[in-house]
Design a protein around this ligand. Structure first.
Ligand SMILES: C[S@@+](CC[C@H](N)C(=O)[O-])C[C@H]1O[C@@H](n2cnc3c(N)ncnc32)[C@H](O)[C@@H]1O
Length: 254
């Protein structure tokens, strides 16, 4: 599956706010190494250097397209790598992952490993979407599994087990001896323009489907999906409300 940095950036403001709200809850004062897992284009990784100017700041992302389009300044080191292969080093005082772990099957096991491996006074902070049951995702799954598309698209999408519920993440942190600061927020995004929810998911959740369809079929799928989205998220006076639930977790090793 490829990522399209330009498409992802269409709702940059809405997508970056949860990152800042997550990082605000990290209490580290002078961390040695700060790592951003699934850093995308690194724009937000750069913000980590602004918060901790003396830290060695790294970002990893499995998408060569995202890393190639990054424009970060000195002091931020980005590279192509898989989160599943990553492990903290002895000086990794802060680990951040914003809107990425939902793409990594089995990430709770990785989180347990990282919780054991980070040094004392280390921090683990991640944010994942909690909207797999929302109409945007349910309608996408229903269409992909309909008789017309199931042969090509059946089993491509990840389901509600892509992320854990907040209580299970909190328990994971507590089980690993970390403090747990876990919460959820539902943002009421006010979107404008034609089919704005389709435009939003084109940058993220729809990508696995687009990756396996030839362009003409992708356009057909999008046409049917857009019609279903219009009923679920009607535009009123040119604006469309798009509720987006997100789950935030911050753990600290005493
Ligand atoms: C929704 S974007 C978030 C990007 C950035 N963290 C942000 O908040 O703007 C998800 C990112 O996770 C990356 N990703 C997905 N699976 C990954 C994996 N297994 N290893 C590394 N990166 C991964 C994707 O390439 C993509 O850039």
């Amino acid at each position: 599956m490829t990522w399209d940095p330009q498409q992802y950036a269409v709702y940059e403001d809405e997508r970056s706010r949860p990152f800042h709200e997550l990082v605000d809850r990290i209490g580290a004062t002078a961390p040695r190494r700060v790592v951003d897992l699934g850093c995308g284009q690194g724009t937000l990784t750069q913000a980590l250097l602004q918060r901790w100017p003396t830290a060695w700041v790294e970002g990893i992302d499995s998408s060569p397209e995202m890393i190639a389009s990054a424009a970060v300044g000195t002091g931020v080191d980005l590279r192509v790598a898989d989160i599943a292969d990553w492990a903290p080093s002895d000086d990794t005082d802060v680990v951040v992952s914003n809107a990425a772990l939902q793409w990594v099957p089995g990430h709770p096991d990785l989180l347990r490993r990282w919780a054991k491996a980070v040094p004392e006074d280390g921090w683990l902070a991640w944010q994942v979407p909690g909207n797999f049951g929302s109409p945007s995702h349910r309608l996408m799954r229903e269409l992909a599994e309909s008789p017309r598309w199931a042969r090509r698209l059946g089993g491509v999408l990840r389901h509600s087990d892509a992320v854990l519920e907040p209580d299970r993440y909190a328990q994971l942190l507590v089980d690993e001896g970390m403090s747990a600061d876990v919460w959820e927020s539902t943002y009421q995004h006010v979107l404008v323009g034609q089919d704005p929810v389709l435009e939003w998911v084109r940058g993220t959740a729809l990508r696995p489907l687009l990756a396996v369809l030839v362009p003409t079929d992708a356009a057909r799928f999008e046409r049917d999906y857009a019609a279903a989205l219009r009923s679920a998220y009607p535009a009123v006076d040119g604006t469309t409300l798009f509720a987006f639930r997100r789950i935030f977790c911050v753990g600290h090793k005493p």
